[in-house]
Design a protein around this ligand. Sequence first.
Ligand code: IPD
Length: 262
Amino acid sequence: MTDFLSLAEDIAREAGDMLLAKRPTMSREIETKSSPTDVVTALDKASEELIRERVLAARPGDRILGEEGGEDPGDSDVRWVVDPIDGTVNFLYGLPEWAVSIAVEVKGEVVAGVVNVPARGEVYTAALGRGAWLGDTRLRCNTGVPLDRALVATGFGYSATRRAVQGEVVAKVLTRVRDIRRGGSCAIDLCSLAAGRVDAYYERGINPWDYAAAGLVATEAGARLGGLHGRPVSPSFAVCAAPGLFEQLHDLLASLDPERDA
Ligand code: IPD
């Protein structure tokens, strides 16, 4: 597990350094994916290529699932789940909230996760059963926060119809909590929760590459991460908070039927 974590950390640092160095002179040309607002830059692709090359050089035969390149076939029990830039829109605009996220799963369970936030100089790491860390500092999420004092992070998808429902839901949540934050990177939101910078997080429509590594950081910091009605976290829905707040936020969200898209 330690070997997986140190390899993932080395690779996430190398990709982050490359992105920081190349961003100032990057091409402004962008491609779009699921909608005109869902962008991908040449550097998303370059970062994923670098990560794939480094993983396969060290561990030929492992499988890789990446946001830009999809899933490599293979029969290994080990799968790397990679977001080469989480928070691509922030990256494009020069905002610091973007991250390189790398998780390692063994037989479907995430055992190691790294979220490198290069523009902030922060690297979050976690290994299953061994805690979550920001550099050398052990992380613990906030506990004992009631829903009406909770600072809640969330995000929105790229489709306009999904966003209409997400807007409806967040309007209701906003009246019941301390405040809402929309940072623009799911991976950073979950790491911020682990570090006590927000109390809770929820979102519909995030993908395994967004949450695999940071989900382990959050749970190793004491948070509960799941879907609605006892289901595991999935692209359908994610809720994360310390036990107690998790249930309160879950029940509020469940009453708003947030898994619909229209
Ligand atoms: C996005 C970010 C954002 C979240 C979106 C994700 P991307 O990932 O994590 O915070 O709200 O749902 O798709 O597109 O920047 O890799």
